[in-house]
Design a protein around this ligand. Structure first.
Ligand SMILES: [Zn+2]
Length: 208
């Protein structure tokens, strides 16, 4: 007989671990808190390729150091939420500087600041001479999906053919941008507003 194993969120596993104190002490030892409670607390350990701090969990997972800092501080895993460093310091682990955000909001904020990796990665689409959309446009379209706009409505706003909007919605085109921005399928398939149908009129008037 096999017993079902419930996969636990690796951060929750750390928080509930019997050696949590030891792990937590080792974690904070890598955070430079010398600036005081209001200052940025830079991570002094290893980093991800993008320059943000990373820490290794006992489970072997690598996660953002600022994310682990928030988890220790709140004694809860951020789960699916993003932890955004409000101070814009990629290494900062001061939980006071972090706030929770959802994936899409975090991506949008980065787009507005111009710090999104999407802007660079998206060149793939923008370099295609047939491409008519900008990367920012694609993300705006994804927002329209979330607002329940129809393909036709979106197509007219962006001056493109509705089949292109449909391709984005179905994940056929521009997926590299949406993936990088963290827009997931749930957004793309947001329930569409029901079409307003014209009132029924019989084609032939009844003859008495
Ligand atoms: Zn900071």
């Amino acid at each position: 007989m096999t017993e079902k194993v419930r996969l636990q969120d690796p951060i929750s596993a750390v928080l509930g671990h019997r050696k949590r104190e030891k792990y937590e002490a080792r974690f904070w030892a890598k955070v430079d808190q010398s600036g005081g409670p209001d200052a940025c607390w830079p991570w002094t350990g290893s980093t991800f390729k993008d320059g943000s701090g990373r820490c290794k969990l006992p489970s072997g997972h690598f996660i953002g150091a600022h994310r682990m800092a928030a988890a220790f501080c709140d004694n809860a895993s951020p789960g699916k939420s993003y932890v955004v460093q409000g101070c814009k310091n990629k290494l900062c682990c001061n939980p006071e500087h972090g706030f929770y955000s959802d994936r899409f909001q975090a991506a949008q904020d980065k787009m507005m600041e111009g710090t999104s990796p999407v802007l660079y990665i998206a060149q793939k689409g923008a370099h295609n001479p047939k491409a008519k959309l900008s990367d920012l446009g694609v993300l705006q379209i994804a927002t329209c999906f979330a607002h329940g706009e129809t393909n036709m409505e979106i197509a007219s706003q962006f001056d493109i053919h509705h089949s292109m909007v449909s391709a984005i919605r179905r994940g056929k085109n521009w997926t590299h941008i949406l993936e990088r921005a963290g827009v997931d399928d749930a957004f793309l398939s947001a329930p569409r507003r029901p079409k307003e149908r014209p009132a029924y009129r019989p084609a032939v008037e009844a003859v008495f």
